[in-house]
Design a protein. Sequence first.
Length: 111
Amino acid sequence: MAGGMNRGRGGRSLGERAADSGVVPQLSSPLPGPPSRPAAAGRPGVPGEPGEGRHCWVHDPPEAPGTWPGLLVEWRQRDGAWQGRVTYALSGPHGSALVEAWLPAARLEPR
């Protein structure tokens, strides 16, 4: 199959070609620093370098009760409370759906 994922034909993978391109991804702005409350108090911390996320557990999102694996992208403070911007996948009637949402810090737990 042309353009397929089989490596046995002497072609280089997309990852190899991207690494050799010399292009370095640039973020428009760095992630904010972590909230002043330590991660041990029940919230995942924010990584120190831009462009990194942190795995976390998402507890009882509005769309689907239960605990789901997620990725914490950034923090914000609204009305004196911390919220985390997370992404997580849910199983639905038509397959998986990727959700991105701001959730209260109390619903997030480090993995």
